[in-house]
Write a protein that binds this ligand. Structure first.
Ligand SMILES: C[S@@+](CC[C@H](N)C(=O)[O-])C[C@H]1O[C@@H](n2cnc3c(N)ncnc32)[C@H](O)[C@@H]1O
Length: 311
């Protein structure tokens, strides 16, 4: 399949990144290169963009689709959590903005053949970087019932996690779980019919949970956010698009922590911690896609954009 992905909230992202000619940006989740192209157009021939993705297919595609912007774009196969190392290899001390557009690309979901979708019969892999880590099949066949239940409850916020874990363990004792459809059917059977929610497939939350665990998605986000402010020039912007409440909660809390100054107890007569705010938050509430975008691209419905500026 061709590499497909419709970038979400492009105008809002460019505005919040404060893109202008001659500046340097990082797109930490290059994917199909849609946001990257919009950034490159906004920063013009004197600007520079570093693009990162952990999926080798995204790197190949972006290399082709952004070819006309060379030499203003450099592409790296890796994890955005390792941005400090990438910048230091390039002898760069800071950039003017960083974008993360979290989650999966449409290509990964529908065209990668890696079992991300419960609508397709594919090997149950789910690795964004197929060169790294354990597959989803390894996890669901090897984890204990308790670990599976905890993982599905934590990363899927699934109220039927214990029951689903029990069904998985029963099913794998008959035969190993190898494919996405086989796994989806097991989960579907575990969720009582009267509790299935509207149009949402009963395996949605479990697939999300397993994918997050396979790719250690929240660990990467937290590691990145720990050092993110130090990677920005003064006035530099951080923009993060998240697609579920677990990610959005982490972004919201970390932004708040970075924006907080002194952490001394309120009854201290004067500050002894010496902490000052590292960022100011630009989005009190997350920015959501407008009606026109939602009509054109229903997959944008859960997108939330948060932005902060380096003090
Ligand atoms: C929603 S897509 C990005 C789409 C992109 N903004 C565009 O306009 O086409 C998310 C991408 O982020 C990548 N990704 C997710 N977590 C990552 C991480 N920790 N480091 C690097 N890339 C990551 C995925 O492989 C995927 O290609």
């Amino acid at each position: 399949m061709q590499y497909r992905h419709d970038p979400v909230m492009v105008k809002e992202v460019i505005d919040h990144l404060n893109c202008s000619p001659g500046k340097t940006y990082v797109d930490g989740t290059l994917g199909g290169g849609g946001h990257a192209q919009a950034i490159l157009e906004a920063i013009g021939p004197d600007g520079c963009l570093l693009g990162i993705d952990r999926d080798p297919d995204a790197i190949v595609h972006a290399g082709k689709s952004l070819h006309s912007f060379k030499p203003h774009v450099q592409i790296f196969h890796g994890d955005f959590a390792d941005l400090p190392q990438i910048l230091s290899r390039l002898h760069m001390t800071g950039v003017d903005g960083i974008l993360l557009d979290l989650g999966l690309s449409l290509y990964q979901l529908k065209g990668s053949g890696r079992g991300f979708s419960f609508m397709r019969d594919e090997p149950l892999d789910m690795r964004m970087n197929p060169e790294q880590g354990h597959t989803a099949a390894t996890l669901v066949n090897r984890l204990s019932k308790k670990d599976l239940a905890d993982l599905i409850a934590r990363y899927g916020e699934e109220s039927w996690a214990k029951r689903i874990a029990r069904y998985i363990v029963d099913a794998r004792s008959q035969q190993p779980i190898r494919s996405s459809l086989q796994f989806a059917e097991i989960v579907k059977k575990a969720v009582p019919v009267r509790h299935r929610r509207g149009r949402i497939h009963p395996a949605t939350r479990t697939f999300q949970a397993i994918r997050i665990a396979v790719n250690k998605e929240l660990d990467a986000l937290e590691k990145f956010l720990d050092g993110a402010a130090d990677l920005l020039n003064p006035g530099g912007r951080l923009c993060i698009l998240s697609f579920h409440s677990l990610e959005d909660r982490i972004v919201k809390q970390r932004f708040k922590a970075l924006a907080r100054g002194c952490t001394c107890p309120p009854d201290f007569p004067k500050c002894v911690c010496g902490k000052t705010p590292q960022v100011s938050i630009l989005t009190k509430k997350p920015v959501r896609p407008g009606q026109a975008e939602l009509q054109a691209n229903p997959l944008a419905r859960s997108a939330r954009l948060r932005a902060a500026e380096r003090c």
